[in-house]
Design a protein. Structure first.
Length: 647
């Protein structure tokens, strides 16, 4: 096959440009990234060999060799190479993995980045897009990759100067694996540039960033042995897994570097959970909560970021079975002593040991979050802002763990509330600050907090002094029906007809109850409301709509519609406020109206219904009709009349 000349995909080219021109505070990280990629390739080799042991013998004269990462500096030629005998890449994979970026939302994100102006940090690009390989172009003016895919015979050479184009051509390679060869840029030590072919520079960088990599990182170094100088391989990393060391012996910096290695994040993590469980089922691990949600966390189901090891051997990354989907923001490693090494994903789903490990992990993570909430509220707020909506999914998860962690999760939830604008409170704080004798936790769901704050449904609580939680995350709609009790208190949606604050039940408005008006409205609105009754909850608004069943909130209806579902408008109960001047005036009018005038007053009935619907956050199904009725009444008002003239 001939040499092919290709161009990077547009987004990839933009990222590469940004990387080359980025404000890099630290160029050393290119080596960390290349070692990381080599280590990942060796992980993949293990997975493929486990699934297909024949691959091992594909080239019996050579064998695959023990897994190894090799660094080879050439001072004279000013090159540096990083090689591995991992899974390698074929021609298509080179194009796909190196020439394109397949992350959803990349284009939008790049647009935003460009329009925001200012410099971009290389670390941020690597973190957001997983383009560690591109960091090689920070130190090299040409990068060659010679690689051969495990299980295939042909080798390939990729070459690029980072100018938006690259070439691919067939190449010789004896064994599967990859060599990344960097043709280093000139270094200017007066500018603080480091010489990356220098043995001690390489040693230092490897120790600092990659010490915990579980495969040996080898370099041939000159040594003097018995007076004679000789060249011998030396392993530069200790390779001791960080999760097998006692937490007190590992520095913050080491943990952070490990986190960056596994997550490709550039910011230190927000929280670390380290555990070592012995006696019974044995497992240990290090898990991290990132400081920031990846920009595609809500785009869909991103895989879990937890890697499974068994007795120190890498088994799989993104092990969904280890943590529930509502903890999918976690990154880290879990190492089990007891699972069999040849376990497959399918077997994992069924394995009772894994279920025990998973439970143990969830409990430890929830405890760590609880502690963070108690010890450092400010940091917890950062966590909640990034991941609260995901964590709440745990209250309604469909992965078989429903309800299992309900109370622990509810303890961790924070809410907006009517009494504490601008502040988020926990249920415990709600309870501590509740009105004496209050036995319910009142809440209202909707899309916008500002809109909820003006809802007529809040009136009685506002005048009675009860605090009301305002739930505005889309997931709140789904979980609201499952909110039953917490801390001996009962959850009550104010949209429910029976949600009245304690102490006000039975206490009707002193006002006379104009039965006639209710009967009139009942007749006019019989197709859209279930019932018309007098309200105990309103103090100023003339009317509101409430529900007599679980779920079925107005916001839920909207949510389902926005997802393209056909949702019939739910028939609600119209509550009217006899103390409202509007209701009084309507009553007086009805009392003296003849048959014809009563018909004309129907417009008022409809408008009362429509405005209750709007105030409750609902949507009018037939806005044209609403507009016509409003226009008719406005015309009359402007003419100084209140009902139409007789025709
Ligand atoms: P990331 O490693 O975050 O996915 P990179 O830009 O560093 O992003 O690499 C892109 C992809 O190229 C990797 O996901 C991997 O599939 C492939 N790749 C990079 N280096 C190697 C390697 N040494 N061996 C095999 N595949 C590699």
């Amino acid at each position: 096959m001939e040499k092919e000349h290709l161009t990077f995909q547009t987004e990839a080219k933009q990222l590469l440009d940004l990387m080359i021109h980025s404000v890099y505070s630290n160029r050393d990280i290119f080596l960390r990234e290349l070692i990381s990629n080599a280590s990942d390739a060796l992980d993949k080799r293990r997975i493929e060999l486990a699934a297909n042991p024949d691959l091992e013998d594909q080239d019996p004269s050579e064998g695959l060799g023990a897994p190894e990462i090799r660094i080879d500096p050439d001072q004279k030629g000013r090159t540096l190479s990083v090689s591995d005998n991992g899974v390698g890449m074929n021609r298509e994979e080179l194009k796909e993995y190196i020439g394109t970026i397949a992350k959803s939302g990349t284009r939008e994100y790049l647009e935003a980045l460009k329009s925001s102006g200012g410099g971009v940090r290389a670390e941020a690009l690597i973190g957001q897009f997983g383009v560690g390989f591109y960091s090689a172009f920070m130190v090299a003016d040409r990068v060659d990759v010679v690689t051969r895919r495990l299980g295939e015979r042909e080798g390939w050479k990729f070459s690029s100067s980072g100018d938006g184009t690259y070439t691919i051509e067939p190449a010789e390679r004896r064994k599967p694996g990859t060599t990344v060869l960097l043709h280093l840029k000139g270094s200017d030590s007066s500018k603080g540039d480091r010489e990356y072919t220098d043995e001690w520079t390489i040693r230092e960088i490897v120790r600092k960033y990659s010490d915990f990599v579980t495969y040996p990182i080898v370099m041939a170094v000159k040594k003097t042995k018995e007076g004679k100088e000789e060249v011998a391989d030396e392993t530069l990393n200790s390779g001791k897994p960080i999760w097998r060391r006692s937490e007190k012996d590992v520095s913050e910096e080491e943990y952070n570097e490990f986190y960056k290695h596994i997550s490709h994040d550039w910011e230190p993590p927000l929280l670390r959970v380290v555990f070592s469980v012995e006696g019974g089922t044995e497992f240990r691990g290090v898990l991290f909560v990132p400081s920031r949600a990846p920009f595609d966390l809500h785009f869909g189901m991103i895989p879990s970021g937890v890697n499974l090891y068994i007795r120190n051997v890498f088994i799989m990354n993104d092990c969904k079975e280890l943590v529930p989907s509502w903890l999918r923001f976690l990154r880290g490693v879990v190492d089990s002593e007891d699972l069999p090494l040849n376990i497959s994903r399918e077997m994992l789903q069924e394995d009772p040991l894994l279920r025990i490990i998973r439970k143990g992990i969830v409990r430890r993570v929830l405890n760590a979050l609880k502690k963070l909430m108690a010890d450092d509220r400010e940091k917890y707020l950062l966590f909640w802002k990034e991941f609260g909506a995901v964590l709440k999914e745990g209250l309604v998860s469909f992965d078989g763990s429903e309800g299992e962690h309900r109370d622990a999760l509810l303890d961790l939830c924070l809410f907006s509330s009517t009494a504490r604008p601008g502040k988020l409170i926990s249920l415990k704080e709600y309870q501590e600050e509740r009105k004496e004798g209050q036995e319910q936790i009142y809440y209202l769901t909707g899309r916008k907090e500002a809109a909820l704050r003006t809802s007529p449904l809040l009136e009685r609580c506002a005048s009675g002094g009860e605090n009301v939680l305002l739930l505005t995350d889309p997931v709140d709609e789904v979980l609201a029906p499952s909110l039953t009790t917490w801390g001996g208190m009962e959850f009550r949606s104010l949209e429910r007809v029976d949600a009245l604050p304690a102490g006000t039940e039975g206490k009707k408005n002193d006002q006379e109850q104009p039965e006639d008006t209710a009967a009139f409205l009942r007749e006019v609105l019989k197709d859209v409301v279930k019932e018309v009754r007098f309200s105990d909850r309103l103090t100023t608004s003339p009317a509101c709509l409430v529900n007599d069943r679980e779920g079925g909130s107005m916001a839920m209806e909207q949510l389902l519609r926005s997802m393209g579902r056909e949702v019939p408008a739910e028939k609600r109960i119209l509550e009217i406020n006899p103390a409202s001047p509007l209701i009084t005036a309507l009553g007086q009018r009805l009392a003296s109206a003849g048959k014809e005038e009563r018909t004309k007053l129907e417009d008022y009935g409809w408008l009362l219904y429509y405005q209750s619907l709007l105030a409750g956050g609902g949507q009018i199904e037939n806005p044209g009709e609403f507009a016509r009725r409003v226009a008719d009444l406005m015309t009359l008002g402007l003419k100084g009349r209140d009902v139409p003239e007789k025709e």
